[in-house]
Design a protein. Sequence first.
Length: 108
Amino acid sequence: MQRRLGRDGVRATGTVIRHDRETADDAGGCFPVVAFTDAAGRTRERRSAHSGTRRWPIGRQVPVLYPPGAPQTAVIDTRAQKAAVAGVLVVVGAAFTVVPLLLLVGVL
């Protein structure tokens, strides 16, 4: 289902507008609520199904994905977030590999 959604889903950019708490004390989960505009131009709000400890601050733009014709089931596209993190890790890893090699060969 997630793979099909990634391939065929409608993409939008949402903004974290608040965090809903599962319980009144700090022990409960914190769920980001995202506002986005669907393909029909209607503003929607959707609470994430996954809790986090304010992983996404209020005001942060996040990628949103939903099946065509079903914006009420939108999800925050964490795959895009993970891909960005993976890209940064690859670049940093490459730098830690290339620089010592260049130092070893005497180029730097």
